[in-house]
Design a protein around this ligand. Sequence first.
Ligand SMILES: Nc1ncnc2c1ncn2[C@@H]1O[C@H](COP(=O)(O)OP(=O)(O)OP(=O)(O)O)[C@@H](O)[C@H]1O
Ligand SMILES: Cc1cn([C@H]2C[C@H](O)[C@@H](COP(=O)(O)O)O2)c(=O)[nH]c1=O
Length: 207
Amino acid sequence: MSAGRFIALEGGEGVGKSTQLRLLAQALQADGHVVVTTREPGGTPGAEAIRAMVLANEGEGWGPRAEALLFAAARADHVDRLIRPALERGEWVLTDRYLDSSRAYQGGGSGLSDDDILALHRIGSEGLLPDRTILLTLDPEETARRLTLRDEGRADRIGGRDAAYHARVAAAFRRFAEAEPHRFTLVDASGTPESVHARILSAVSGL
Ligand SMILES: Nc1ncnc2c1ncn2[C@@H]1O[C@H](COP(=O)(O)OP(=O)(O)OP(=O)(O)O)[C@@H](O)[C@H]1O
Ligand SMILES: Cc1cn([C@H]2C[C@H](O)[C@@H](COP(=O)(O)O)O2)c(=O)[nH]c1=O
């Protein structure tokens, strides 16, 4: 059996991660691979329950530390019950967000240290990292246009944070990608879904 591969799609709100995850899964399946598609927070019943708690607009929400712990707990369940078993079966796992979202949002956006986020990941998920992380980048104006068309002004608790928060998130993603080029590939998310898909295919061709 060939080894499984683990790919994460990352980036800010509405850059096209879910759209590209679907297209990549279809291409890999057409190539004969068994593909598991999933998302964070979520992917298992426990992690989806945490998703509902952290993203709901009702109630007073969570402080940055509680939020980071909840995302790490959701990830621990996701890794333990879905991601590792699929990789051990030799399947390809494609996830819409993973650890670098915690580093960018709870770290870059909310001010927790990167060391603390990585410590939670070591404890929760034994530090499991993707084979490749595709960071989709898009200018804020085009992102806003896509989100307005999709959401018509509705946003969840984190998506609804102000522009300065999301600018810090985007800057943090870029810093990580520049600091860890062996792990990240930056992909321009502008243009048609098909043209972005072609860039992603070339980014994963080495796998
Ligand atoms: N290349 C593209 N050009 C124009 N519109 C696009 C493109 N890719 C995706 N879209 C549209 O933009 C919106 C956001 O895309 P999508 O839901 O895939 O983004 P996302 O990054 O997964 O969002 P979120 O972070 O909220 O989960 C959707 O309405 C989608 O149809
Ligand atoms: C994994 C993860 C996610 N988030 C935030 C990012 C988004 O605002 C939501 C997820 O919803 P989407 O449909 O993927 O946009 O949660 C976060 O803050 N930290 C994380 O670790």
